[in-house]
Design a protein around this ligand. Sequence first.
Ligand SMILES: Nc1ncnc2c1ncn2[C@@H]1O[C@H](COP(=O)(O)OP(=O)(O)OP(=O)(O)O)[C@@H](O)[C@H]1O
Ligand SMILES: [Mg+2]
Length: 260
Amino acid sequence: MFIEKEPYYKPIGREIEVFEHAFKNKLPLLLKGPTGTGKSRFVEHMAYRLQKDLITVACHEETSSTDLIGRFIIKGAETVWQDGPLTRAVKEGSIIYLDEIAEARPDVIVAIHPLTDFRRLLYIDKLGIEVQAHPDFMLVASFNPGYQKGFKELKPSTRQRFVSLSFAYPQAEIEREIVANESRIDAATAKRLVKIGEKIRNLTELGLAETVSTRLLVDAGKLIHTGLNKRLAVQTAVVEPLTDDPDTLEALKDMTDLMI
Ligand SMILES: Nc1ncnc2c1ncn2[C@@H]1O[C@H](COP(=O)(O)OP(=O)(O)OP(=O)(O)O)[C@@H](O)[C@H]1O
Ligand SMILES: [Mg+2]
């Protein structure tokens, strides 16, 4: 996909610079961090900046190397080869974003290894060929280290092939700007939403699998912007997505009602 319009992205640190240098040096990049912290938005923004096509693959437990590399398909009376998204990106010199790479089947990791080192080669077993990556080909992957602890990890031999950036919740000032910009609510309401986010993030005793992301605050802002009652917006966009435990829900609802 070629991105026509600049996707809004507010930098949190020096990630733009790191991405540009990784691109120049043909190094793959791994974005680590919890859900809703701007990883996908960042990649879209960078593809726009570098004027490159972006191909995104949402990896899940069934994603195999065949899905990425390609397969033979039946077309009428004949069998024809169809390139998968990774092969297309390698040939065309696009940026491929493998979202949640740790979820994919192990053969995906095997397939990307020769692409992530100096060789920059893609082996297409089914055709018995190898393809040298286009000079502009770039592999970007994301990984959420927090959740499903110990379940889906990336091996050091994989991790050490990537230049890596950590994404976290932005500082209040930056997050207020993101929330206001994305949801178009006024600065005062954005400030309150960010306060709520901070407060819940500090309640580590709740033992939430993942806490309030910027995404949730943006969503609450959007609901408020279109006229939903503020408390109801926070309850449904911020509190309810976090937990199903009735006591925790009650406590969070009482707390946030006082803050908005
Ligand atoms: N730095 C940022 N600049 C602009 N928008 C941001 C930023 N961080 C978060 N957002 C907002 O949060 C939303 C979620 O961000 P995004 O989808 O990029 O998260 P993610 O890290 O890719 O999450 P996931 O791991 O669930 O895929 C975006 O749609 C955007 O509204
Ligand atoms: Mg994402």
